[in-house]
Design a binder for this molecule. Structure first.
Ligand code: FES
Ligand SMILES: [Fe+2]
Length: 466
């Protein structure tokens, strides 16, 4: 249910139906107005054809290290990865290493991972301790970052214990995610993510738990990997098996000039792709959807196609029943769309999180110092019922460049789907080196890519988009 008079829709000539708005109007539940916006400020805006050297030159990589990674808010870890005081994980970005630690029950800090004596890395891997002791000469720092012991102290007349402190990056927290920012003059996390917390209020990332974490080393620049998840234009050619039950060409893309740090893609499940809808029966839609969801190990029950109901009606009821059994707050109020559809938010520069009842996030990072290698991480973050035991957060399974996502036990058969994206990435990287004309972008379906590059260009030029 949606009163379409209340909210303006962007006019996108040729966008096929059913649009997301039309589907929301037919929803069995009221749709939260905060979620309904259909706006696009990038239809004719943003970089139109990029110099592909951005994807392989070391000079541009250097610029990204100095102007992007050192100055943006980025997700370093989940809170459940460091549940106890003294737990820490390492986060690497821009060639720098940070120790993200729980210094007190409610206090998380990010220390630069370098001893103040002669700079040895203090920590080599994730762990837990009551302090940090350097393995080189034994200087010791408290969890609060204070230098508390110096062997042969008599030989360091200038070093005053208590005055020496490990330098810190800024830390921000939202939805169970721990963000860091290495720029002391950055805008606040709140200003950076703007209304994301409002959008995600019903989806309770703060109650979620990292139950699976896969890292795949990719033979492509990190932006090639990130861009693969910014648009659905590739679905027809890359993932043809989902066309019977996924709306691709009718996806909705929300990009705003006053939201430089995120874009949103919404796409429908339980309708056939506009490319093949004329030749697809409701039963084919239902079978396709049911088979795919069962494969992904979601909590659906085998719902029937009820008389007089659409596939979406029946699928949403099935999913609602499955969630109800988990005893989660707020599920009854979820619209059909929140239960079924892809509500995909891409947080600049490198994080994608799904809203609604979905449970998946992606992160993209440079890997080592080769601009043509990156790390694609997939995290599974379901909501856990209130009071349910919280097992230790999942450790990352790292898949090297010779492996594929088919080798990931966490993703099950879903690995085959992501593998289709992964397979493209190396070939995109290779092709970009041979491209002799600027790239061409779709006006609407690839508007999030232009929006991404507009923000990136502003950082590279030294600006601080807000
Ligand atoms: S470098 Fe750490 S104690 Fe010397
Ligand atoms: Fe894809």
């Amino acid at each position: 249910m949606l009163n379409s008079d209340e909210i303006d829709a962007v006019d996108v000539p040729g966008r096929p139906s059913p649009s997301i708005r039309e589907l929301l109007e037919r929803d069995s539940r009221p749709v939260d107005p905060v979620l309904v916006e259909d706006r696009n400020d990038c239809l004719a805006d943003g970089p139109q054809g990029l110099d592909t050297r951005q994807y392989f030159s070391r000079e541009f990589q250097q610029l990204e290290n100095e102007q992007l990674w050192s100055r943006v808010w980025q997700i370093a870890c989940r809170e459940e990865q460091i549940p106890n005081v003294g737990d820490y994980v390492l986060y690497e970005a821009a060639g720098k290493s940070l120790i993200i630690t729980r210094a007190a029950p409610e206090e998380i800090r990010a220390y630069y991972n370098a001893c103040l004596h002669r700079g040895r890395a203090l920590c080599e891997k994730d762990g837990r301790g009551i302090n940090f002791r350097c393995k080189f000469h034994g200087w010791v720092y408290s969890l609060q970052g204070k230098l508390i012991a110096v062997p042969s102290e008599w030989d360091f007349p200038n070093v005053k214990q208590g005055e020496y402190r490990l330098p810190q990056a800024k830390v921000g927290r939202w939805g169970g995610f721990v963000f860091i920012n290495m720029d002391p003059d950055s805008i606040s996390l709140q200003e950076y993510i703007k209304d994301i917390p409002e959008h995600f209020a019903r989806w309770h990332y703060e109650d979620r738990h990292l139950v699976g974490h896969v890292g795949q080393v990719v033979r492509a620049n990190w932006k090639v990997a990130a861009e693969a998840f910014l648009e659905n234009y590739h679905v027809m050619a890359t993932h043809p098996q989902v066309l019977p039950f996924v709306g691709d060409a009718n996806s909705q893309y929300t990009v705003r000039n006053d939201r430089p740090h995120y874009s949103r893609l919404i796409f429908a499940l339980g309708v056939a792709s506009p490319h093949i809808a004329a030749h697809t029966t409701a039963e084919q839609v239902r079978t396709g959807l049911l088979t795919s969801q069962t494969r992904q190990g979601e909590y659906d029950i085998a719902w029937p196609l009820a008389e007089g109901k659409t596939v979406r009606d029946s699928a949403a009821e099935g999913k609602r029943a499955g969630l109800r059994a988990l005893n989660l707050d707020g599920v009854e109020a979820y619209s059909d769309s929140e239960l079924l559809d892809g509500w995909v938010y891409s947080l600049f520069p490198n994080f994608t999180l799904w809203g609604g009842a979905a449970n998946i996030c992606y992160r993209f990072r440079p890997w080592g110092d080769d601009p043509e290698m990156s790390l694609l991480e997939i995290m599974l973050l379901p909501r856990l019922p209130k009071g349910a035991p919280r097992p230790p957060a999942a450790k990352m399974t790292l898949l090297g460049p010779e492996q594929t996502l088919l080798d990931s036990p966490e993703l099950g058969e879903g690995g085959a789907f992501f593998n289709q994206d992964l397979y493209n990435m190396a070939w995109v990287q290779k092709g970009m080196r041979s491209l002799r004309v600027p790239m061409t972008y779709a006006r609407y379906q690839e508007s999030p890519i232009r929006h991404f590059h507009k923000t990136l260009n502003r950082y590279i030029a030294g600006g601080r988009p807000a």
